[in-house]
Ligand binder design. Structure first.
Ligand code: ATP
Length: 556
């Protein structure tokens, strides 16, 4: 926002940006309807005012005025109805579109940029802020009608009294100037408030996710409440209260200026024998008529600031999400491969405070189709990071990954990803089996039996009847899910860690070799060195460096 703008320029900029947002969202039709509805409203006030003169002269009003009144009334309500319907439809479309583009952006964003933005912020944007943006419809509707009624009434006023007209324009300008001059600070305040609410919601989410720990230990419960929830709640409460009070002040200010003016017209000017108009009663009626759109307009300005702040915030969060092409189809995906090669691949996380940053690599290795690879390594040595880089979820900062002759870049990353069936350590289980066509019930039943879940689950209507299972059982459902997708490469990140000894044996001694015999490439990350003999190749991860270990000497 330019620092050296005059108040007039600020008003113009606000007005133009409101018009431009309204036009972009609703098209020109909305202005035509708005203008027509506003003009019929102005026609009403002129007719009422003309009719009052008849009342003063104790005469019956003319038939022309009566029919004019009926026509203007009908027109006003019909146009208002169409105008409101148009805006309601457009507002809902706007909410839908904002959600669609945001969801598309999230689906297209690379994982690291998503992690940096954080899921709470995106959740708030999708669930709450899109609705705030949708309120632009009611706002524009009211602003356009208010502006037209004010302009129409001013024109009418000009025909009654030039001095009165100038006085009223003066009052309106002063009210608007004061209101607009406060908006720059208001937008800043609203943005801070929105961010504060996101931090607060993050703490709420933390508390709800960790509800077992919170309930187990009253010190944790009190700690999270006293250190974070309560201070943030109080801070938001105070800031919101003062913000809303300042908005109420705007509304009162408009009224105050008007009533002061009326006081001058009704009392001060006559006492001082200053004449503004020959007919003060008519002037006061028009002034009262202008009062209601002004009362409506002034509090709308901070609301517009709220929408503007929300839109700017949404745009800046969207900018933080780095896009990569999203493939809606797996048709062009790589179906098979011979070699995946890592050449001097380095990946670093952004430094956290004063801690030395973790660096993966440089990693140089080749994966051949049909490999059965085990990767060992201490906690924090970089195994999961390697998997995220290998599967294209994280983009290497340096070096290259090549699939046969194709270097992997953002252009083909999604197609490359489709090669992998991965179960991460923090795997998420969806209730439905998304994206698996032509599911053979017999095949699923066979997998349910293989994973020892026959007594627990059955598969119907494209979903498992329940996922309320133990952690180990959930991992088995995840295994079924990933096997159904028939991928050329499978990665299991500490999959067997929470399996009972019998099933762990079965996983390593039967399932993994079976998969590998079907020409699948299998990569297993494990801390369990009892099954290393299953591997055809063994790697060790240490401080971000990957080293192949000779298989000789590894006994059953
Ligand atoms: N989101 C993150 N932001 C910053 N640094 C991270 C992040 N995730 C991991 N790291 C860093 O990367 C290092 C390697 O983590 P990674 O999860 O790859 O280890 P790991 O070998 O899979 O460990 P574990 O056996 O405990 O699962 C960690 O020591 C940590 O310093």
């Amino acid at each position: 926002m330019p620092e050296d703008e005059s108040p007039k320029q600020v008003i113009m900029r606000y007005f133009l940006s409101l018009l431009s947002i309204t036009r972009k969202i609703f098209g020109y039709r909305v202005f035509l309807f708005g203008i027509a509805a506003g003009l019929s409203n102005t026609a009403l006030i002129s007719i009422i005012n003309e009719t009052i003169k008849y009342g003063i002269d104790k005469k019956a009003p003319s038939l022309l005025l009566f029919f004019g009144y009926i026509t203007a009334l009908l027109l006003y309500f019909l146009l208002q109805y169409f105008y409101q319907s148009l805006l309601i439809k457009s507002a809902q479309t706007l909410i839908l579109q904002s959600r669609e583009t945001l969801i598309e952006k999230i689906r297209k964003s690379n994982l690291r940029s998503y992690e940096k933005v954080g899921s709470t912020r995106l959740f708030v944007l999708l669930a709450h802020d899109t609705n705030t943006i949708g309120t632009i419809a009611t706002l524009s509707s009211s602003v356009i009608i208010a502006l037209i009624v004010i302009s129409g009434s001013l024109i009418y006023l000009l025909s009654i009294s030039i001095k009165g007209f100038l006085l009223t324009v003066g009052i309106i300008s002063v009210s608007l100037l004061i209101t607009f001059s406060m908006q720059k600070a208001n937008i800043k305040r609203i943005k801070k408030l929105l961010e504060l609410e996101t931090v607060f919601l993050n703490f709420i989410r933390n508390m709800l996710t960790g509800i077992k720990e919170v309930k187990m230990d009253s010190k944790i419960s009190e700690g999270i409440y006293n250190t974070h929830l309560k201070p943030y709640m109080n801070d938001i409460h105070e800031k919101k209260t003062s913000n809303n009070i300042s908005q109420a002040r705007f509304a009162l200010l408009g009224q105050l200026i008007f009533f002061i003016t009326m006081g001058f017209i009704l009392f001060v000017f006559p006492m001082l024998q200053i004449s503004i108009t020959r007919n003060p009663a008519q002037f006061v009626i028009v002034l009262l008529y202008i009062l209601s759109p002004i009362q409506m307009l002034i509090p709308l300005i901070p609301q517009f600031s709220h929408i503007k702040a929300t839109m700017e915030r949404m745009a800046s969060i969207k900018d933080m999400l780095e896009e990569e092409p999203l493939s809606h189809t797996t048709e062009n995906s790589y179906k098979q491969f011979e070699t995946i090669s890592f050449k001097d691949v380095i990946y670093t996380y952004e430094p956290i405070a004063d801690k030395p940053d973790f660096r993966l690599g440089p990693v140089n290795f080749d994966i051949q189709a049909g490999d059965l690879i085990f990767i060992l390594g201490e906690n924090g040595s970089g195994k999961s990071t390697l998997i995220k880089v290998l599967t294209g979820l994280y983009t290497a900062n340096k070096g290259s990954i090549q699939l046969d002759d194709d270097p992997i870049s953002h252009r083909n990353i999604q197609l490359y990803r489709n090669l992998f069936g991965v179960i991460f350590t923090d795997n998420h289980l969806f209730e439905h089996l998304y994206g698996v066509d032509d599911i053979s019930t017999a095949h699923i039943d066979q997998l349910i039996e293989k994973t020892g879940l026959t007594e627990k689950v059955n598969f119907q209507e494209n979903r498992f009847n329940t996922i309320d299972l133990s952690e180990g059982q959930k991992k088995r459902i995840a295994l079924i899910n990933v096997l159904l997708r028939d991928k050329p490469i499978y990665i299991f990140d500490e999959w067997a860690a929470n399996q009972d000894p019998d099933f762990r044996d079965y996983f390593y001694n039967v399932l993994i070799p079976e998969l590998n015999n079907q020409q699948k490439t299998v990569i297993v990350i494990t801390h369990d060195d009892r099954y290393l003999h299953i591997a055809k190749r063994l790697f060790k991860m240490e401080d971000g460096l990957l080293e192949e270990v000779a298989m000789a000497g590894i006994d059953e």
